[in-house]
Design a protein around this ligand. Structure first.
Ligand SMILES: [Zn+2]
Length: 569
């Protein structure tokens, strides 16, 4: 009897530990129902989302609570990214992160402000010594906000492994989230990967619409497609949770061929060092053209993402045997809701002329240099995910640029690590050399963006993280400074604060420095709204007299705007 009890106890413990450990350790960081506007591992620009985004009823200023007892280990304040963020370390070896906050608890706010004044910097990233700020589970740590690179009021919440700083999927812990909805499969795709491969009579990929009936997804019209050679599959899928229209990411994707598993993608844990491999995980070419993210079910040779617990031949399926094959997808969310998509393909060899692509072969795992008389690009191993043929062309200089336009392949091939790009600067007048930079030009719109860079020994060089059309340009225009709280440089129009809108047309804002009566003062900066704001600080500001104000803003090419005013307050 006793042994039976022990065995069943052990079995229950085992079952519990195969779930996430400490499932009930954390409470919700908010006391409103948890509705998500973003999920863990969701596909974002150049990264997988590292936490969950909790909706805050469209407003800022809701109390945010410590999800478990713990102490503050890091305070992060930035005009972009997580904005105002707190990191709490817990005795169970986990760290929770609370991002885009409006404010911290008062003592933390004062601690951070003191260091901001010491460092004379709004942006700080502070490791906090042990024993400085302890929180009990459920104690308020601050207020929810919309700070940093946030697209609307919400709380970004993460659970990390403290040791590795790897974020874990928070939904594997016990939060009161309701999800009875199955993922949606929006479309599928079949890709010919080897030189002899083809799909439906063509040597390019084939996109397929899906329809839902009889409890499963099917290809529209139920076609049996002819395929041959090494084939890759892909799909576009989304997940929804109850009570929210927000599109969330997919937790698990499984692909099987004739019932044999060949590929699994799983979002239990992420590594920040690997998150940019997203650009290899998705069909980047398709994304750049259509802004839809198809997830590939094969892994490029240079993709080091560790979210594929099962892979047979990198997920590449050889279909050259003349037989009919059954392709089956199973898509799961964390709460066990499942969707499936199945279809058949017929292996059939066709006499198609092999696709010969022009251009210089670039191998992804070797050091490669592409050089002409006027352009040099050096690619270290790991810059690309797969070998490709680099396409190159030039267009003559026009009056917008100080060099010809160099078309270095296209922006639809992803670049993992920045590479050194050098453009010959013969056309740059002497007086503009220090203002020169490399611009990337959008082929469709003709719009340009600064890639930064410096003039050196007859070349302009920059480390860039994309391919595309490049040319030398200059930035000679200083940032704009628009006072929002001061009229005629001498009259305050707002009672509690001084605000400016600061902007730069090309190379971007580099630094700003606000001084009152010759002393540095804290202007809080929100990059998305381009606003900086100083709040009259009773501890540091002397009321009841005339004051002088100075604001200096510089851009990345050293152009400077100096604004001065005087006011009584
Ligand atoms: Zn987020």
């Amino acid at each position: 009897m006793r042994i039976r009890f022990l065995i069943s106890f052990l079995l229950i413990s085992l079952a519990a530990s195969s779930q996430a450990p400490d499932r009930e350790y954390f409470r919700s960081p908010v006391d409103i129902p948890i509705l998500l506007s973003g999920s863990f591992g969701e596909l974002r620009s150049n990264h997988f989302h590292s936490g969950i985004d909790i909706k805050t009823q469209g407003k800022t200023g809701l109390p945010v609570y410590a999800a478990a007892a713990g102490e503050v280990s890091r305070i992060y304040i930035s005009p972009s990214g997580f904005g105002l963020a707190l990191y709490l370390d817990h005795p169970n070896g986990k760290t929770t992160v609370y991002g885009h906050l409006l404010s911290f608890r008062e003592d933390i706010q004062a601690y951070a402000r003191k260091i901001q004044y010491e460092q004379e910097s709004f942006a700080v990233d502070l490791p906090v010594p042990k024993g400085t700020f302890w929180f009990e589970k459920g104690e308020q740590i601050g207020l929810s906000g919309n700070s940093g690179s946030s697209g609307g009021p919400h709380l970004h919440f993460e659970i990390r492994n403290t040791e590795s700083q790897n974020p874990l999927n928070p939904l594997r812990f016990q939060f009161p989230v309701i999800d009875k909805m199955s993922p949606k499969i929006l479309s599928a795709a079949i890709y010919p990967l080897s030189d002899d491969a083809h799909v439906a009579g063509a040597t390019s990929e084939r996109l397929l619409e899906t329809v839902y009936y009889d409890g499963a997804y099917h290809l529209k019209g139920n076609p049996t497609l002819s395929v041959y050679g090494d084939i890759g599959f892909g799909l576009q899928a989304l997940d929804y949770l109850d009570g929210s229209w927000s599109k969330c990411g997919i937790y698990e994707i499984k692909l099987a061929v004739d019932g044999e598993p060949v590929y699994t993608f799983l979002m239990n844990e992420l590594s920040f060092a690997e998150t940019r491999f997203l650009n290899s995980h998705i069909d980047y070419n398709h994304y750049r053209q259509h802004h839809r993210r198809l997830q590939k079910s094969w892994v490029d040779p240079g993709n080091r993402l560790n979210n594929y617990p099962l892979l047979v031949n990198r997920g590449v399926v050889s279909l050259s045997d003349g037989q009919m094959h059954q392709i089956s997808y199973e898509i799961n969310d964390v709460y066990g809701n499942t969707s499936t998509l199945s279809f058949r393909v017929q292996s059939k060899k066709l006499a198609l002329s092999p696709k010969e692509k022009p251009g210089r072969l670039i191998r992804h795992d070797q050091k490669e240099a592409f050089e002409t008389a006027n352009l040099q690009a050096s690619f270290m191993p790991g810059t690309f995910y797969a070998d490709f043929k680099l396409d190159y062309d030039t267009k003559p200089a026009n009056n917008l640029y100080y060099s010809p336009l160099y078309q270095l392949h296209n922006d639809r091939t992803p670049v993992h690590n920045a590479y050194l790009l050098k453009l010959k600067a013969d056309g740059v007048p002497e007086g503009l050399k220090s203002k020169s930079l490399i611009a990337v030009i959008d082929d469709k719109s003709g719009k340009k963006w600064s890639m930064g860079g410096d003039y050196e020994n007859g070349w302009v060089m920059a480390r860039v993280r994309q391919l595309g059309t490049f040319a030398i340009s200059v930035d000679t225009i200083p940032p704009t400074v628009q006072p929002l709280s001061i009229a005629n440089k001498n009259q305050l129009t707002e009672q509690n604060r001084i605000r400016f809108k600061i902007d730069d047309d090309f190379s971007g804002i580099d630094t700003f420095r606000g001084e009152i009566d010759g002393q540095w003062v804290l202007f809080e900066y929100d990059a998305k709204s381009k606003l900086i704001a100083y709040h009259f600080d009773r501890e540091r500001f002397q009321f009841g007299k005339n004051h002088s104000l100075k604001l200096i803003v510089t851009d990345n090419k050293g152009n400077e705007t100096n604004y001065q005013a005087s006011f009584y307050r």
